[in-house]
Design a binder for this molecule. Structure first.
Ligand code: COA
Ligand code: MG
Length: 290
């Protein structure tokens, strides 16, 4: 997984278009991009779309973003789409592991009801959309075997904080959002799940997007969400491990293999110990999965 493209759930036209975008995951939205009086239409449209494409070969994974647990709409969203068997559910406005466990229980009920495999539906949590969520970022470990990733959001968080903006004059995130982003990395690593970077909303600025992708990969994010199909190839390219990185990882693993029992080895003038080996193994595993 490198790219996750948001599509408003009530737009069949955009759903069809997104299918050919090259995205690894399609995030069918029932939340903020769908107006209140269009929620029911969006549930039906999303459900029909998933049913139709469940068996399409080479399709992206199909996830649905439901409305948050405090909205009173989550159950209706799940009742609307679970029969179609989406690959995963995105939970917005998450406040820690208890929310994920709560969603997990709701999913278990629907999986049983609709004859789906228990645990088949994965969860991606958007974990920093309010201040309480930021403080709960260390609570995701063990919350649910369904949890596959954590992501963060700076737009809703700025609303919760009462901030005027979330980026400075140069376009860089201001301190509160940099902190939320970093804590998401720590929270995901502590829970043993993927860290997914937030959206880049200026969808015509490809250079800015590319720079943000590079910084995200450097720091440990494995994927990034998108809001426009044009962002997908840029994200995929940026999160593909480069041939040089793959070759380097192979070299590191070979060096340890050549000296069984060694805790530390020297490669091309650099000291390498256990963390370097783990990092190399992780990179090759990711490259293999892609
Ligand atoms: N998925 C699929 N197709 C999309 C798309 C998306 N996320 N965003 C745009 N497109 C399509 C458009 O429908 C248009 O199709 P067409 O050429 O057949 O008419 C084409 O791509 C070009 O779109 P463009 O004119 O550049 O943008 P727009 O003004 O139509 O749309 C947005 C801009 C922001 C409204 C649109 O990108 C969008 O809906 N993004 C997702 C929003 C969302 O889900 N937000 C929630 C998470 S933050
Ligand atoms: Mg939002």
């Amino acid at each position: 997984m490198r790219s996750l493209l948001f599509v408003p759930g009530d737009s069949r036209k955009k759903l069809d278009k997104a299918l050919d975008s090259g995205t690894d995951v399609l995030l069918i939205d029932l939340e903020d991009s769908v107006a209140l009086d269009a929620k029911e239409t969006a549930r039906a449209t999303a459900s029909a779309f998933i049913q139709e494409h469940r068996h399409t070969t080479g399709r992206p994974r199909l996830f649905v973003r439901v409305n948050g647990l405090t909205t009173g709409m989550t159950d209706a969203d799940l009742d609307g789409v679970m029969q179609a068997s989406p690959d995963g559910i995105v939970l917005p406005k998450t406040v820690g592991g208890t929310d994920v466990a709560h969603l997990g229980a709701k999913l278990a009920v629907r999986e049983a009801e609709f004859g789906l495999e228990d645990g088949a539906t994965r969860i991606l949590a958007i974990a920093t959309e309010n201040a309480a969520g930021v403080f709960a970022l260390g609570t995701f470990a063990g919350a649910s075997h369904r949890l596959m990733g954590l992501t963060w959001g700076g737009e809703d968080l700025s609303a919760d904080l009462g901030a005027e903006v979330n980026r400075d004059e140069d376009g860089a995130y201001t301190e509160p959002y940099r902190l939320a982003r970093s804590l998401t990395l720590f929270g995901a690593a502590a829970a043993g799940v993927d860290a997914v970077d937030s959206v880049y909303t200026n969808f015509r600025d490809m250079a800015g997007l590319e720079a943000e992708c590079r910084a995200a990969r450097r720091d440990g994010f494995v994927a990034k969400m998108a809001i426009h199909p044009a962002q997908v190839p840029v994200i995929n390219e940026a999160f593909n491990p480069s041939p040089e990185a793959i070759q380097r990882a192979r070299t590191v693993i070979e060096a340890f293999k050549a000296r069984p029992g060694a805790g530390v080895v020297g490669v091309e003038g650099e000291m390498l110990d256990r963390p370097h080996l783990l990092r190399a193994e992780r990179l090759l595993k990711r490259a293999g999965a892609l």
